[in-house]
Design a binder for this molecule. Sequence first.
Ligand code: SAH
Ligand code: SF4
Length: 395
Amino acid sequence: MIRDPENGPQASHITQLPRDAESSFADSDSPTVALSTGAGFFDHTPQSLRELLASWKEPRFRVDQIFTWVYRDGAVEYGAMSNLPAKLRERLAGELPLFRSEVIQKQRSNDGTFKLLLCWPDAATSECVLIPDGERRTACISTQVGCPVGCVFCASGLGGLQRQLSPGEIIEQAVRVRQLCGSNARLSNIVFMGLGEPLANYRATLHAIRTINADWGLGIGARKITVSTVGLPLQIRRLADEKLQITLALSLHAPTDELRRKLIPWAERVTIEELIEACRYYFEQTGREVTLEYILLGGENDQTGHADALADIVHNMRGNVNLIPYNPVEGLPYLRPTDEAVNRFLSTLKGRSVNAHVRNSRGLDIDSACGQLRRRESSKPVTLGISSLANGPTK
Ligand code: SAH
Ligand code: SF4
């Protein structure tokens, strides 16, 4: 069985991991940033900011004022915080930057989907997306710069992992996306489906989930938060033990280990059975059904036999299925499935009493998926078409 690569030293078991991925996992269980130095505002909880302001000899109530300005009122600079003394505002601006990213690209799709490319002080870039759908406004955010997994069909993993994102950098994406909603609307959902593998940056992801969920933070209900993972059984169990009410989405993509290994390098050392066992544990601990994501690749995994085998798997757990018609990536050999194949697959699942849906593509006229805009901007030789990590929320 695979040892989860989050736990540093065991990463060496996974022969297919790029070297940079291994070393970054070694660090991923220690704080990604030291909170008192070099951190931005969004890395802080009220508790840690209280400690910082106490060392500045500021009264405790300042912390509540600042958190209210940022998360409730959407302040974008300390200068706007009119009930803070000017000296404190100056010190905060100098020592605890509010936004650390610069928006270097903003794309709007005909269907209202927005995509932002953010640039961090070290020149690393990450992507985040706003997907409006009626009353629902979903932010799709990234957890890593690049991705260490390298699924054969995905744009995000093409250049490997550049670095982990810090908690503050993950949260800042959600706040940036919220700004796109305008003053009358708020974000309703968050999906961790952007660049990277959230459970391979566990601590930062969990910190971000807690802040996004907290009353003092973005205040988004746990059930409106979805974490999508390629499947790390130990980390799924660890997440289950947090007993959060968030939705777990497992990127299964194939009903047999043999086929899954062709698509997902990290499936080399983990079986579907181990993953489903971890999903059962997640359900036992949280009472939350797990969503199985299944990307439909034309001619690869979209036949009736695959659907039947997938139904057998779902019958062994409490889960539902999200079918994702592949959005082709230029330069990669995979095809979008035909509408007929998608419908047949869906009705086979439904005929077997599986709760299944097809996830609609969004933002197809822009670089809709995480991974693509960033690659385009970095003008690497591979030219990418539309991929769709941000195809829409799973729920
Ligand atoms: N690394 C995590 C989360 C980010 S990917 C994971 O793999 O689950 C989020 C989802 O987008 C995954 O299910 C992934 O398989 C899917 N995806 C990636 N590239 C895609 C593409 N070109 N078209 C459609 N879905 C894609
Ligand atoms: Fe990484 Fe997810 Fe893309 Fe696979 S599908 S390469 S795990 S972002």
